[in-house]
Each structure stands twice: as structure tokens, then as C-alpha cells.
Write a protein that binds this ligand. Structure first.
Ligand code: GLC
Length: 567
């Protein structure tokens, strides 16, 4: 057992994840430690103290494995090594050791639905003949039509275009097709093949033995495909199988999505849970876009995932009824299976929540905001975003934060096409601008150079920041009363001090009026005012508020949240 592993064996807190605050690092954009304009592991190690100060319990890293970076690392060519862009396994160990000393656990991203087309297994499949064991590792099929020149079915790629690409056989002739639910550079594995299952057992053990606290599982609802790969009436490109506004029945959803949420995925969930359970206190959080939430909850609970991202809550509006409804649904759905709910507003795939809340009309997942789109109102969005986060962090369960939200960073909404890297942009000819706007490098020291201290390199980091990031840089916010950074620090500190993550939630209508929503958790009243007139506050000690001059006014204005210790 390694030294790191020993430190993790804390039996008295084996279920730490139930109440943890987990901070997502997008390695390309957190901090650049070697001056090449790309974030890396050394950059993270150098800046870990800032995360300890923020008060998080764990970090989830988006992929840093070997990868041609066609989908920013979600196209893995070696699951057991670090891409030179981000450093080496030694850099990983150094980062892990320092994080462990600071009391921060490390979760890594596992990408099991597909690999990169540069993965040795896929390269071997291309060289091997049709029907060979090598081809059986992926989803190869003959094409339709006399010459096999039509896709095997009508499935669409989430990133746009169809979900099949045709290969050239070793003899130089056009040949079979392979399935890729995402980019053509991301072939789907064949999870009906026990060799694939065994292969991933080894990947899990590799990282668990190295001392990671667990995994965020990418596309956890993918992997298994319906037998016979049937055509659908209407091919969907949505991660959740449909847009919320489509109002589909469960039967329609299932018909339309033969590659999402198949019952056989539970076998994989159970197998992995058993592996994790050999290691005391590890966690597995699934990116399982299975809606509605009561279906998602069947992925969680004894013997399966510890957690899934609550995408229902992520897209709940900042409106009284929407918040109440989503929180009720979440607590009910996950409560039924004995699991904590998670709470999350932002990640590397969606528009940053301060910018979403600044839009008059919502924007669907994956579409992003570009220079020609309607632009968010920055001030309105920031105010609502802060109020929403303060409302969320008082809830019991696990919370996920996305790097930069503690600075109140907006989305880069005017990024020019020439900088874009998201495959969605290329596969839709720019019709969907994609997710680059939430992946922009973080500003650390305002005005220190063009990337505001993200990198020592002259000029931009791998993506340019918008001009506004100079105002949001971390150094300007440290120690500044009312800054978003200090707000987040206070919220996390008080959440921990009162153990709200493991708390007992109850709505508190006696403190509400028609514009406000209130709940009590462990004697702490969390009260949000959504719109309209200021509301007078009940008696008690103000623990933290988004309206930092509240003490003077004694009233809570619209789009503000306060935590009060009831007397
Ligand atoms: C997940 C990731 C996303 C990636 C996709 C394909 O949704 O979060 O970033 O593009 O999977 O791996």
C-alpha cells in the first residue's frame, strides 16, 4: 500500500462523498506551470494552496491522459499515462501527494464509452480483418445497400452529423463502418465483449492503486447499445435523449435512444462498485444523462454509483417555483434509493451559470453562445448566479463546483471562430458554436500579462480570455469583502462548520412571501429573494449573504440569498 493510500483510509469518514464539495479542474485551463500556454499538472500543484483556502474537499480532474486532444482529452489513446501536454505520471504523483497533505482528495475522469482512434486497440482493429477479435473490441458493422456504402443505421452523433464512419480495409478497399456516438475520432467500445470489460477493470485498478479517491465516469449512460442496433423514428443528438421542452413519454424516450440508459449498463455499474468497495472509501460519480430524475436514481444506490450529477437541478431556472420543484424532485428521487442528491450548476460542457442566468431566453446544452447570438446581461447574471450558488450550497448532499465559478467568471460569449476547438463547431459548420466559451483559461493576477497570470507565455493561453477577465482575476478578489471569491470561501466554511452537507432539510414557508423561498438545514435558515420588493429579515445571526452590505440595510433585495442562524 502506498503512502497516499494509507492517508485515504479514514474509516470514520468512509462516506465523505455524501456531503463533499468537489471542485472540477479542467486541466487545460486551470494554470500553466511550464509556460507553453496550456494548463498542466505542475500548474495545479503550484496553485493547490488556493483551493485549500477555498475550502473544497476534493478535486475532479477532466482527462489528462494521453490523447490527440480531438475532444480536449475525452479521446484517450492511453488510459494509464499522462499526456505530455500536462506532464508525467511523476507530476501526477507529486500533485497527489501535495493535495493529500492539504486534505484534498483527487478524483479522475474515466472515459469508457469510447477511446481515441489513435488508441492501440483501435489501430489494431483497423489492421485486422473483418470478424477478427481485434474488431470485436469496437462496434464495427457492414454498411447497408448493395455496396455497403450506406450507414448501418440512422443514429446521429451528439456533436452533429451521423454516428458512423467508414474505414479503408487493409487491402485498400472501402470496408466496414464503426460507430462513434461522438466525434469520428472517438470510436465506441463494444461493451458486450468481456475483453473490453476486463480491460477497464485494469484501468480502474491502476488509478485506485495509485491513490485516487475515485472516478467521474464519462457518458455513464452510454456503453451498452440495444441489441440489433435498431433505427429510431427520429434520431436524437441530445445527451439526455431529448430536450426538456420536447415533453416525451418514457416509451418515446426509450424508442428514440437505443444507445442511452440501456438496462444492461447496470451490470457494469455493479462490477465497478465491487472493485471500488475493495478500497474502503472511494467514490464513483456518473455522468448519466438519464431523465427524469427518478430514472437517474436507479443508477445510484447500494451496489451501483455513489452519485450521479443532478442535471435536472443544473437546468432549473433561477425562479422560485422552478427551484422548489427541482429540489423536491431531487430529494425524493435520490432519497428513495438512500443516496444523497448532488447539486451542480456549471461544468465544462455547459454555459457558465452566471451567463445562463443573464440570458432572457435559455440556451440548450452544447450549443454555446457566440458573437452572433443574443448576449447575456453580465451584471444581472452575476447577481443571480451568486444568489443561486448560495441557495445551492446550503442543501444537504454533495456539491460540484466548476473552476472559475468562485471568481464569478462569465462565459466567453464572443470568442471568434478561428480559436474554436470543440468538435461540435466543426461537425455543424459553426451552426452550434460549442463549448469553448466555458473552457477559457483562468485569470490569476490581473494585468500581469495578456493571460492575467494563467501562463508566463507572452500572448494568449490556448484560448484567449475575454477583456472582462481582467476585472475578475483572483488577486483582485482575495480579502475583498463582497467579492465572489470571499463569498464562496464563507459559504464553504459555514457549510462545513454547521455540517450542512449532512444536514436535515425542511422547507420553511413561515419565512417566505410570494417572491422568496426558504428552507432550514440544521438550524440555519437559507432564504432567497427572487424578484420584486426587498424583504425584511427574520431575527437571528446573519452567517453569510450575497448582499454584503445587508447588515446596514436589514433587508434582502431581489436576487440575493442569506443564511441566518435562527435564534
Ligand atoms: C462527456 C464529456 C464531454 C465529452 C463527451 C464525450 O459528455 O463531459 O466533454 O465531449 O463526454 O467524451
Amino acid at each position: 500500500m502506498s503512502e497516499n493510500e494509507l492517508l485515504y483510509v479514514t474509516k470514520e469518514n468512509a462516506e465523505w462523498w455524501r456531503s463533499a464539495v468537489i471542485y472540477q479542474i479542467y486541466p487545460r485551463s486551470f494554470a500553466d506551470g511550464n509556460g507553453d500556454g496550456m494548463g498542466d499538472l505542475k500548474g495545479v500543484t503550484d496553485r493547490l494552496e488556493s483551493l485549500a483556502e477555498l475550502g473544497i474537499d476534493a478535486i475532479w480532474f477532466s482527462p489528462f491522459f494521453k490523447s490527440p486532444q480531438k475532444d480536449a482529452g475525452y479521446d484517450v489513446s492511453d488510459y494509464k499515462d499522462i499526456d505530455p501536454l500536462f506532464g508525467t505520471l511523476h507530476d501526477f504523483d507529486t500533485m497527489l501527494a501535495k493535495a493529500t497533505k492539504l486534505g484534498i482528495r483527487i478524483i479522475v475522469d474515466l472515459v469508457p464509452n469510447h477511446s481515441s482512434d489513435q488508441h492501440a486497440l483501435f489501430q489494431a482493429a483497423l489492421k485486422a480483418p473483418k470478424g477478427s477479435p481485434e474488431r470485436e473490441m469496437y462496434m464495427f458493422r457492414d454498411g447497408k445497400g448493395l455496396f455497403g456504402n450506406k450507414e448501418p443505421n440512422n443514429w446521429k452523433s451528439v456533436f452533429g452529423g451521423n454516428a458512423w464512419s467508414r474505414i479503408t480495409e487493409p487491402n485498400g478497399k472501402k470496408g466496414q463502418w464503426y460507430l462513434h456516438i461522438f466525434d469520428a475520432s472517438q470510436p465506441d467500445f463494444n461493451w458486450d465483449n468481456p475483453k473490453v470489460v476486463e480491460y477497464f477493470d485494469g484501468v480502474l485498478r491502476f488509478w485506485l492503486d495509485r491513490g485516487v479517491a475515485g472516478f467521474r465516469i464519462d457518458v455513464a449512460h452510454g456503453m451498452k447499445k440495444r441489441k440489433g442496433l435498431p433505427d429510431t423514428k427520429k434520431a436524437s443528438t441530445e445527451m439526455g435523449g431529448a430536450k426538456a421542452e420536447d415533453q416525451m413519454t418514457i416509451e418515446e424516450l426509450e424508442e428514440q435512444n437505443p444507445f442511452w440508459g440501456q438496462p444492461e449498463v447496470h451490470e457494469i455499474n455493479k462490477r465497478w462498485r465491487k472493485i471500488l468497495d475493495e478500497y474502503d472509501d472511494r467514490v464513483m460519480c456518473g455522468e448519466a444523462w438519464i431523465m427524469p430524475l427518478n430514472r437517474m436514481a436507479s443508477w445510484v444506490g447500494p451496489g451501483e454509483y455513489h452519485q450521479t450529477f443532478n442535471f435536472g437541478y443544473m437546468f432549473a431556472d433561477w425562479k422560485k417555483e422552478a427551484q422548489r420543484k427541482s429540489i423536491n424532485e431531487s430529494l425524493e428521487a435520490f432519497g428513495k434509493v438512500g443516496a444523497p442528491s448532488t447539486w451542480v450548476f456549471s461544468n465544462h460542457d455547459v454555459i457558465r451559470h452566471v451567463s445562463r442566468f443573464g440570458m432572457v431566453n435559455g440556451v440548450p446544452q452544447g450549443d454555446g453562445i457566440g458573437p452572433n447570438s443574443e448576449q447575456p446581461d453580465e451584471a444581472v447574471g452575476l447577481r443571480k448566479g451568486r444568489a443561486a450558488t448560495a441557495f445551492m450550497l446550503g442543501l444537504p448532499g454533495g456539491a460540484y463546483l466548476y473552476q472559475g465559478e468562485e471568481l464569478g467568471l462569465p462565459e466567453h460569449t464572443t470568442l471568434e471562430g478561428k480559436y474554436r476547438e470543440d468538435p461540435t463547431w466543426f461537425r455543424t459548420n459553426g451552426e452550434r458554436v460549442g463549448r469553448d466559451g466555458c473552457r477559457v483559461p483562468l485569470p490569476w493576477e490581473s494585468g500581469s500579462n495578456e493571460s492575467n497570470g494563467f501562463s508566463t507565455k507572452t500572448g494568449n493561453g490556448w484560448l484567449p480570455q475575454p477583456g472582462s477577465y481582467k476585472r475578475y482575476a483572483r488577486d483582485l478578489q482575495v480579502g475583498q469583502p463582497g467579492s465572489t471569491l470571499e463569498l464562496y470561501k464563507s459559504l464553504l466554511k459555514i457549510r462545513k462548520a454547521h455540517d450542512l452537507g449532512a444536514g436535515n432539510f425542511a422547507w420553511a414557508p413561515e419565512f417566505e412571501n410570494e417572491n422568496s423561498l426558504a428552507y432550514v438545514n440544521k438550524g440555519v435558515l437559507v432564504l432567497a429573494n427572487f424578484d420584486g420588493h426587498p424583504i425584511t429579515l427574520p431575527a437571528g445571526e446573519i452567517l453569510v449573504t450575497t448582499q454584503h452590505d445587508l447588515r446596514v440595510e436589514g433587508e434582502l433585495e431581489h436576487d440575493q440569498t442569506v443564511w441566518i442562524k435562527l435564534s
